[in-house]
Design a protein around this ligand. Structure first.
Ligand code: SF4
Length: 327
């Protein structure tokens, strides 16, 4: 059984088509990275999955159970199956509560015996590399990195099958980002939860994810195993994103010529017709302006792409050969 199945998910905010038909699966114990520019709708997908938002359309199944339209009462038993860690730990931790109360809150909501809670909180804090005494402190007494560790402890205390990690390191000081990422990777391996890792940091994706889903203006344009996406990206947008991602080797980095996509992301109120990427795509042809490309499987491991110019064997245009500047 999959930890998460999202089918044709739609989330509109009035005229804004933030998410427009996303289909995505996460197998038990695996990490799927959802990547794309800011404004692509990826955080909205995360919020729909944990039901902080009620989707306009489509279905969300957690461990086989359709939770898309459950009311609060009927949702409660499923809540423990999924947790979320937000980008900004300062904003997501209640400043009036102690760290112990924050981390233990999911257990109290599940009506766990009071006696059990302090011990479980201490264990959860230890697991994220904090001393149990931190339970008595207030969130503002901690550093940004420590606060994010507290968020992770709270998210994992109820042993969810799925963790949604929404840009979990991007609000942190660069010096602590790697430590928090390592922690997440270790916890995922040790505890075996599935994870939707929402990020624009492609180097973190390469390190953490089993699969990658690339989102552009409310839709998925490519998804598949990480090695295939990084090794032979098929969609022009994925190729452009990867060309701009830093690589560890300084010589390789100097030799890189990122594909510049020119204009900003178009508005989600009135997305371009046909392929939504056509206004920025360096290789767009006439068909792209009018005909919507449907996702097609182009290789093993469920590698899918939505682009008219990619062949069934995955070959096609490479925008990295267009000498760098699109339009
Ligand atoms: Fe570019 Fe056309 Fe492919 Fe869209 S369908 S990515 S515009 S080539």
């Amino acid at each position: 059984m999959d930890a998460l199945e999202v089918e044709d998910l739609v989330m509109h905010f009035g005229p804004v088509r933030a998410v427009d038909g996303i289909t995505l699966r996460i197998r038990e114990g695996t990490v799927v990275a959802l990547v794309g520019e800011s404004g692509s709708g990826k955080s909205t997908v995360g919020r729909c999955i944990v039901r902080l938002l009620e989707p306009t359309g489509g279905t969300v199944r957690l461990a086989g159970a359709d939770i898309t339209r459950l009311d609060r009462r009927r949702l409660r038993p499923h809540r423990r199956n999924v947790s979320i860690v937000f980008q900004d730990p300062a904003g997501s931790l209640d400043p009036r509560l102690s760290v112990g109360d924050i981390v233990g809150e999911p257990l109290r909501l599940q009506k766990k015996a009071r006696k059990e809670v302090p011990e479980k909180v201490a264990e959860a804090l230890r697991r994220v590399g904090l001393r149990p005494e931190v339970a008595h402190r207030a969130p503002h007494e901690l550093s940004g990195g420590q606060r994010q560790r507290v968020s992770i402890a709270r998210a994992l205390i109820s042993e969810p099958r799925l963790l949604v990690a929404d840009e979990p390191t991007s609000a942190l000081d660069v010096s602590v980002q790697a430590a928090v990422l390592n922690l997440l990777a270790d916890l995922q391996r040790d505890l075996g939860f599935a994870c939707l890792f929402i990020t624009h940091d492609l180097s973190a994706v390469e390190y953490l994810a089993d699969e990658v889903a690339v989102m552009y203006l409310g839709q998925l344009v490519e998804q598949g195993p990480r090695r295939r996406i990084f090794g032979s990206p098929a969609h022009p947008y994925t190729q452009a994103l990867l060309s701009a991602a830093p690589v560890p080797d300084p010589a390789e980095q100097r030799a890189r010529r990122p594909v510049l996509l020119g204009d900003d992301l178009p508005s989600a109120i009135d997305p371009p017709p046909g392929c939504r990427f056509h206004t920025r795509c360096p290789v767009a042809v006439e068909t792209c302006r009018t005909v919507v490309p449907e996702p097609r499987t182009i290789g093993e491991g469920g590698h899918q792409v939505a682009c008219h110019l990619v062949n069934d064997d995955g070959t096609g245009p490479d925008v990295r050969l267009t000498q760098g500047v699109a339009r």
